[in-house]
Design a protein around this ligand. Structure first.
Ligand code: ATP
Length: 221
């Protein structure tokens, strides 16, 4: 069964934490591809000077040359806030994906811990598998998750990623990722304070941010 990884996020900006998560998931979970789906623009954003089109452009620069990555711009093009369940329903309705293909939603541990805040979150398990990556500062223990999520976690957790290849949705697995304490929040703060963000994100993305004067004091006025 062919397995499609789905990687959603704000990516404001994309960084090496995201890139390593996707790359390590491809190998460890034997995914055929990871499709990056940057979220659309909420009405009120923390960084209003950065448009959806610019977040998309930075992802395109970051993934250039990796033929196992693709980028889906539909949520950015829609120019409204995105919700993951409707995004997955859109993919399932696409005849190239359909209902039989295995979908694996990639998530960091922080996002997983907050899953019960998501719009129609229980439907996620009907639409995709979930693959959770460790992130420094967060745990993935059922004991630390909200009760409704902990129940599902215990029922669905699988240690063998081959389950992703035998059913289209419904399991929870781990991405055995080398932890990287990198966040977009910290990168934005480095730019804002004129400190170097090098080695936290690709040079091509840094050059784009500098050329467009993103995340600077001027642009956040
Ligand atoms: P911010 O600091 O603005 O909240 P972020 O760095 O968490 O941003 P997002 O775009 O919100 O980046 O993250 C997209 C997805 O990538 C989420 O599922 C998040 O948990 C995951 N992720 C981001 N950074 C890491 C990291 N360093 N390690 C593991 N997962 C990560």
């Amino acid at each position: 069964m062919s397995v499609l990884g789905i990687f959603g996020g704000t990516f404001d900006p994309v960084h090496f934490g995201h890139l390593r998560l996707a790359e390590e998931a491809l190998d460890a979970l034997r995914l055929d591809e990871v499709r990056w789906i940057p979220a659309g623009q909420p009405a009120l954003r923390d960084t209003p000077q950065v448009t959806g089109a610019q977040r998309l452009a930075m992802i395109q620069l970051a993934v250039a040359g990796n033929d196992r990555f693709s980028v889906d711009s539909a949520e950015i093009d829609a120019a409204r806030p995105s919700f993951t369940v409707p995004t997955l329903e859109r993919l399932r309705a696409d005849e190239k994906v359909g209902c039989e293909r295995s979908l694996v939603l990639l998530l960091g541990a922080d996002a997983y811990a907050r899953l019960t805040d998501w719009h129609r979150w229980p439907a996620l398990f009907e639409l995709a598998h979930l693959a959770i990556a460790h992130r420094p500062g967060y745990t993935i223990d059922a004991a630390d998750l909200p009760a409704a999520l902990a129940d599902r976690h215990r029922q669905r957790f699988a240690t063998d990623p081959r389950v992703l290849h035998s059913a289209p949705a419904g399991a929870v697995v781990l991405v055995p990722m080398e932890p990287l304490a990198i966040s977009a929040t910290r990168i934005r703060a480095l730019f804002l304070n004129d400190n170097s963000p090098r080695y936290l994100l690709p040079d091509s993305v840094i050059a784009y941010i500098q050329a467009h004067r993103l995340y600077t004091k001027d642009s956040s006025l």
